[in-house]
Design a protein around this ligand. Structure first.
Ligand SMILES: Cc1cc2nc3c(=O)[nH]c(=O)nc-3n(C[C@H](O)[C@H](O)[C@H](O)COP(=O)(O)O)c2cc1C
Length: 224
């Protein structure tokens, strides 16, 4: 049936082409995906082994499939591989982090970070072959007002991490505080605000990670 209302003309639709999964395969596929994702760990020690071609582009394409408030897609992904720029990034980040650990972080925050073993030193910003800096795009001369920006960018970053993990690469979700210095390092305009710095690469051979416990289903799921 042809819908001749003004709304249909102004706001076109297309048929949904759903990805179909046979019902009898659904649980096995969910379990397999969980098994893959359960192996993801935040890695802070990287080897210099190169990242295979194409992987980062596919991961960014995947991130950019994320839902976003009013479909504004308020994200930018700056991929830094140039050693000079990585060094500049590390120097600027370490200057901020020195201040953070020495003065800005509360005792409570430092206590929460202690088991993770982090400090002001950020060698991974130079060792990892690539660092992806994720920016939220706010209203500006070239960009419309976004809605639910943090939520939208957070979902996109989740997909980015999942895609890179699926390709066998390690990541670190790093959030230096504050992040304004990243506009200069990444040559981005003022309406863009960095929200994540994500080193990507293969783990160093002797990489170790904190012995953390993940909450079980019974702790995180409430059925009503
Ligand atoms: C929003 C966010 C910010 C984070 N910031 C940092 C950070 O600045 N530095 C760091 O070393 N890890 C950071 N992490 C990583 C967490 O410490 C890590 O995810 C957590 O300890 C659980 O470890 P896992 O990712 O190996 O499961 C951050 C994670 C998230 C989600």
């Amino acid at each position: 049936m042809v819908d001749s209302t003004a709304a249909a003309t102004d706001h076109p639709t297309v048929p949904l082409r759903p990805m179909t999964v046979p019902a009898h395969e659904a649980e096995a596929r969910s379990r397999t995906f969980h098994q893959v994702m359960a192996q993801r760990r935040t890695v802070r020690d990287y080897s210099t082994r190169p990242i295979p071609d194409g992987v980062i582009d596919w991961a960014v394409r995947t991130a950019a499939t994320a839902p976003s408030g009013a479909h504004v897609q308020p994200w930018r992904f700056v991929v830094i591989t140039d050693p000079e720029r990585k060094r500049a990034l590390r120097e600027a980040a370490e200057a901020e982090e020195r201040e953070f650990y020495a003065h800005r972080a509360s005792e409570e925050w430092l206590a929460a970070l202690a088991p993770i073993g982090t400090d002001w030193r950020k060698p991974f910003l130079e060792d990892a072959p690539a660092v992806i800096v994720v920016f939220e795009v706010h209203k500006g001369p070239q960009s419309p007002r976004p809605y639910y920006t943090k939520e939208s960018v957070g979902i996109a970053v989740g997909l980015l991490l999942a895609s890179l993990h699926q390709a066998g690469l390690a990541t670190l979700t790093h959030t230096p505080s504050p992040m304004r210095f990243l506009n200069e390092v990444c040559e981005r305009p003022a309406e863009e605000r960095a929200s994540y710095v994500i080193p990507v690469g293969y783990p160093a051979e002797d990489a170790r990670v904190p012995d953390l416990h993940r909450k079980g289903l019974e702790e995180v799921l409430i059925r009503l």
